[in-house]
Design a protein around this ligand. Structure first.
Ligand SMILES: NC(=O)c1ccc[n+]([C@@H]2O[C@H](COP(=O)([O-])OP(=O)(O)OC[C@H]3O[C@@H](n4cnc5c(N)ncnc54)[C@H](OP(=O)(O)O)[C@@H]3O)[C@@H](O)[C@H]2O)c1
Length: 295
């Protein structure tokens, strides 16, 4: 089995360049997908408190640890603080809850999923806490600098996870971060599952043509082009065949000409599929809303 190349973070820790995305995978899918992915050689998992599958991930990992097939230090586990865990006073509480569900005593990486802090509402469901009642639940008191200072007491900012795919390539942001020693991790490499058909990167004619040339799947071309830019990829799949092929991207190299052809597919902001102002209603009115500025 081919071992995954890693990027050395500014913390000194090594992070695999390919990981398994887990959004929208329910418990049964998650256990199956993770078992299969670990068998394929994946050694990095991207989850979040809000994905509601941390317990299933914890179960699958414990099984591998107990059978002696994997040691804790062999796997890189990422989780994310929800908006309601974003205030300095809440960070530790939510981190502890994620660790308990994952049955781990540390995370390799914890993401601040949305820079705007939210307020806990004991009467709201988990879904309402981040969507329907968004505006009334935003915390106007905590500024982002205070939050970052709290997080940086433990570690420097090591990785920036952003939407990144052929129609939103984030070249300027990626170069900016990489020049500062901050690694870039792309989410939504296929811009799915929310993508309207006309924005489906997997059926783009340029990508299909390059895929044919290399005898690879369109998804493999997309992922390969990203790791050639030193972007960490976390494709999500619950399908064994796709989990395997998404990982099988280390045995070929895209030529400079093909990388250039792929670069021309970038639509910039018009290619963005995930709009935080839709997922977190009203957040664009918050004084700290980050998407008004360039990048
Ligand atoms: N920080 C954030 O705010 C944020 C936001 C979104 C996502 N993320 C993370 O990034 C991960 C990836 O993003 P995502 O899940 O939104 O989107 P994605 O990985 O671009 O796409 C996942 C979708 O593509 C399908 N798929 C996977 N491999 C495929 C292949 N080889 N060919 C065709 N279809 C394929 C999957 O279906 P099957 O499962 O049926 O294969 C699923 O419907 C997430 O799972 C999550 O861990 C982070």
């Amino acid at each position: 089995m081919e071992s995954v190349p890693c990027i050395t973070l500014n913390t000194g820790y090594k992070m695999p360049t390919i990981g398994l995305g887990t959004a929208l995978a329910n418990d049964d899918e998650m256990r199956m997908a993770l078992n299969f992915a670990l068998d394929c050689g994946y050694r990095s998992i991207d989850t979040a408190y809000l994905y509601l599958n941390e317990e299933a991930i914890g179960d699958a990992l414990q099984d591998w640890f107990k059978k002696g097939k994997l040691k804790r230090e062999d796997v890189f586990v990422t989780s994310k603080l929800p908006a309601i865990g974003n205030r300095p006073v809440d960070c530790e509480r939510f981190l502890t809850m994620s660790l308990k569900k994952l049955k781990l005593d540390y995370l390799d990486f914890d993401i601040n999923i949305r820079s705007i802090p939210g307020l806990d509402n004991p009467n709201a469901t988990l879904n309402e806490m981040v969507t329907a009642e968004g505006p009334s639940l935003m915390d106007d008191e905590t500024d982002i600098e205070t939050l970052w200072k709290c997080l940086e007491e433990e570690f420097p900012v090591a990785v920036n996870q952003v939407e990144l795919h052929p129609y939103l390539q984030q070249h300027k942001l990626a170069e900016f971060c990489q020049n500062l020693g901050i690694a870039v991790m792309g989410f939504g490499p296929f811009a799915s599952p929310y993508t309207p058909e006309e924005m489906n990167v997997l059926t783009d004619p340029v990508i299909l043509k390059i895929a044919k040339k290399y005898g690879k799947k369109p998804a493999q071309i997309i992922l390969r082009s990203q790791i050639q830019r030193n972007i960490i990829v976390i494709p999500k799949s619950s399908n064994p065949e796709r989990i395997k092929s998404n990982f099988d991207i280390l045995n070929f190299t895209l030529s400079d000409g093909d990388m250039e052809a792929l670069k021309k597919l970038d639509k910039g902001e018009k290619g963005r599929v995930y709009h935080f102002k839709h997922a977190f209603t009203g957040c664009e009115k918050h004084k700290e809303y980050p998407f008004h500025i360039e990048f």
